[in-house]
Design a protein around this ligand. Structure first.
Ligand code: NAD
Length: 459
């Protein structure tokens, strides 16, 4: 099948590469020529473990990249994977989706049947909008020449290849038999499970061999669109919940690590997404919860639990700042080092991260901020030009004369640091580990004033 992926970001570049690996001639289209140039030079436009190797191997063979929409003309399936950022009021900005739909319409072949697949996270009803735009731009009839299908994406950055090649579930929303058949055929090999050995011939990416077979779930378009928001909001609620429990643990002297473990042993609850942090963030949860809440309000069915999770998350950011303030007292002029700017390790995605909110609060209190991240500094700088912080080449630079260090992202690199040497260059040995990730006993033994979240200070 001829596949086209519109957008070469975190979703488009991974999806496009995956279908190319599976043998489908696949073209990735982006309006940003710098990303297309990178792909054509055999490089991934984003940092995602394993992706560079695959792009290098398949570009020019089954994987192609261009800024032109011409390949849509020959396509059997066109995925839309462009961004849907938040507008000021929290609703999703569909500008990129509309533009992509218009251009797809302009290039659609009048004598082929093309499935247009919405992979971007979009509000319920967007498939109808995309259909109307394509009909208008192409003069072709929906259902006869093309059909718009919803196929939300569930990949996790940092594990994107594992998630795309070995998904838990593939959700397809459509009421069009021909389109459904084409989607079944396209996904057939992923549902049947490709072999990890086949996919990972040239590199290894994170993979759990116990992952069960994928469930291919067909539903109507609106339900598919809704599944994505309902899932992301649920995960955000789960994290907010354990973070609130962590705050209570701290007050009562319980240990949230044991509490979360004990809870997660119940198969009805499950242990995933019970890791305490300074709050959820990143390019998906904040915008998706905001859009979901706004939609619910617009239609008179406010999702009060989602609203509470958003408020609670804000409180978790504040809680972290409050802990620092309690320990270091007056922050005016204090040097605080931040380790980790991305919302989680193994990605360079630094959009809307908790780091930006926490750093802003610390700056407002007069602190001097030095930051480090193994992959995310470039993007963080680009998306937060208003944050006046010092970007450091290493974690050691961050520690230099610091009154305190705050670990926000649990990059493995930070586990490997020479913490003894770090201590020797700090001014005050205060270390706040917001992920309860570092070896607490060892650090206390070295002389750190170590604090985690929800675990107390006793050993
Ligand atoms: P991104 O910002 O990384 O990439 C979007 C790309 O689309 C950019 O490269 C941009 O230049 C390009 N683009 C914009 N308009 C275009 C147009 N008209 N034609 C061609 N290219 C165009 O975004 P992303 O993180 O890949 O997310 C894309 C969508 O997928 C969003 O709706 C997001 O919510 C959803 N999603 C993201 C993830 C994730 O982990 N990043 C996971 C699941 C779902």
């Amino acid at each position: 099948m001829n596949v086209v992926c519109i957008g070469s970001g975190y979703v488009g570049s991974v999806t496009g590469t995956a279908f190319a690996v599976l043998g489908h001639p696949t073209t990735v289209i982006d309006i940003d020529p710098s990303k297309i140039d990178l792909l054509n030079a055999g490089k991934s436009p984003i940092y995602e473990p394993g992706l560079d190797q695959l792009v290098r191997k398949y570009i020019g063979k089954t994987l192609f990249a261009t800024t032109s929409y011409q390949p849509v003309h020959e396509a059997d399936v066109v995925f839309i994977g462009v961004g849907t950022p938040s507008k000021q009021d929290g609703t999703a900005d569909l500008t990129y989706i509309k533009k992509a739909a218009e251009l797809i319409g302009a290039y659609l072949h009048p004598h082929r049947f093309t499935v247009v697949v919405n992979k971007s996270t979009v509000p319920v009803g967007t498939a109808d909008l995309v259909t109307a735009i394509i009909e208008e731009a192409s003069g072709l009839k929906a259902g006869e020449h093309f059909s718009v299908v919803s196929n939300p994406e569930f990949l996790r950055e940092g594990y994107a290849l594992e998630d795309v090649f070995f998904p838990d579930r593939i959700v397809v929303g459509s009421n069009h038999e021909r389109a459904k058949n084409i989607m079944r055929e396209l996904y057939h090999r992923l549902v049947e499970r490709v072999s990890y050995e086949e996919i990972s011939k040239d590199f290894a990416f994170p993979y759990n061999p116990l992952t069960p077979k994928a469930v291919y779930f067909e539903t109507d378009v609106k339900s598919a669109e809704m599944i994505k928001y309902a899932s992301n909001a649920f995960l955000a609620v789960k994290i907010s919940y354990i973070n609130e429990v962590a705050r209570l643990c701290e007050t009562l002297g319980a240990n949230v690590l044991d509490v979360a473990r004990g809870m997660g042993l119940d198969s009805r609850i499950g242990g995933k997404f019970l890791q305490v942090s300074s709050g959820w963030s990143g390019s998906c949860f904040p915008k998706d919860t905001a859009e979901f809440l706004q939609t619910s309000r617009k239609y008179g069915t406010e999702l009060s639990i989602v609203k509470a999770a958003i408020e609670s998350n804000r409180k978790m950011h504040e809680f972290v700042v409050e802990k620092i303030r309690r320990r270091l007292k007056i922050l005016n002029g204090k040097k605080i080092g931040i380790l980790g700017l991305t919302f989680k390790p193994n990605t360079d995605d630094a959009r809307q991260t908790q780091a930006s909110v926490i750093i802003q609060m610390l700056l407002d209190l007069g602190a001097n901020i030095r930051v480090h991240d193994p992959k995310g500094m470039e993007m963080f700088k680009a998306v937060h030009p208003h944050l006046h912080v010092q970007y450091c080449a290493s974690a050691e630079d961050v520690a230099h004369q610091a009154d305190g260090i705050v670990l926000l992202t649990h990059w493995n690199e930070y586990l490997q640091l020479d913490w003894k040497q770090m201590l020797s260059i700090m001014k005050t040995p205060y270390l706040l580990d917001t992920r309860n990730f570092l070896p607490k006993k060892l650090l206390i033994g070295l002389g750190y004033q170590y604090e985690g979240l929800g675990i107390g200070t006793e050993q």
